[in-house]
Design a protein around this ligand. Structure first.
Ligand code: ADP
Ligand code: MG
Length: 255
């Protein structure tokens, strides 16, 4: 079946580690411009799913499509180049880099050196560098970190470190942003502010796939939820349908 409005399609995807079926015959799709949440108990296979989508690991079987293009088993930098970007469950920042450097260098690394390729292809190096810096200025202002650009990223508050990661992910100009438990460990205020940021990102036309445990966040922010357990899809639907679904309650209780 072809769903024209899907930006991401995952088809019968499986990945085992030894005897553990981390992702098991999983199929679902993400509609363009949605904020789509993935929820499920610890060990359900959520982060593994993100690693498969971003090419960090390759699936045993199954297919992943970005719009109508097959991206299954492409290299991570090729997938980033096509517009898939992510943040990690555990924040990953270089210890000795400022906020500005982190976003600049991180963007180069994520795209294998091809920073903002479409914009830069015909420009001289000096122009490329200037445009890269302008773009990063724009992004740092957007996420609220411009005033902290010269500070060491790893020394910022936890909430701001998460913003650095988000800025780095946005600098590759994604069409699809994957967020792996972005508000875990955040206080209420930080969570609220990050949720606002995600809405703003989404309003810029970026589709979001978010892993989260905070049901308030999931119900407020997302318009579609896929619940997974033991690597398999349990149920799927809008928040109203998932909120009090017996199978979902059972999955969380049973573990
Ligand atoms: P979640 O993010 O939903 O908590 P994960 O995707 O991290 O779950 O893990 C799913 C299962 O796969 C777990 O049993 C975990 O131990 C296992 N797993 C994940 N990554 C690896 C790996 N690189 N090597 C071995 N086992 C792994
Ligand atoms: Mg995880």
């Amino acid at each position: 079946l072809v769903d024209d409005s899907a930006i991401l399609t995952v088809n019968q995807l499986s990945k085992s580690f030894g005897g553990v079926k981390a992702v098991n015959n999983l199929s679902f799709s993400v509609k363009e411009n949605n904020i789509h949440a993935i929820i499920g108990p610890n060990g359900a296979g959520k982060s593994t799913l993100f690693n498969l989508i971003t090419g960090v690991i390759t699936p045993d079987t199954g297919e992943i499509k970005l719009s109508n293009q097959d991206i299954t088993s492409l290299r991570p930098d090729k997938i980033a180049e096509r517009g898939v970007s992510r943040t990690f469950q555990n924040i990953r920042l270089f210890p000795d880099m400022t906020v500005f450097e982190t976003v600049l260098i991180g963007t180069y690394l994520l795209t294998g050196g091809k920073l903002l390729p479409a914009v830069f292809r015909t420009k001289s190096f000096r122009n490329k560098e200037r445009e890269a810096k302008e773009r990063i200025e724009e992004i740092l202002k957007f996420v609220g970190l411009w005033d902290m650009r010269h500070e060491y990223a790893a020394r910022l508050s936890y909430g701001n470190q998460r913003r650095v990661e988000i800025a780095r992910a946005l600098a590759t100009n994604p069409v699809l942003l994957l967020l792996d438990e972005p508000t875990a460990g955040m206080n209420q205020q930080e969570t609220k502010e990050l949720m606002q940021l995600f809405s703003q990102v989404n309003n810029q036309g970026i589709t979001i796939l978010i892993i989260a445990h905070d049901m308030h966040l999931v119900n407020t922010l997302s318009n579609q939820i896929t619940v997974i357990n033991f690597g398999e899809k349990l149920v799927e639907g809008p928040p109203e349908m998932i909120q009090n679904h017996p199978a979902v309650l059972e999955a969380y209780m049973g573990r």
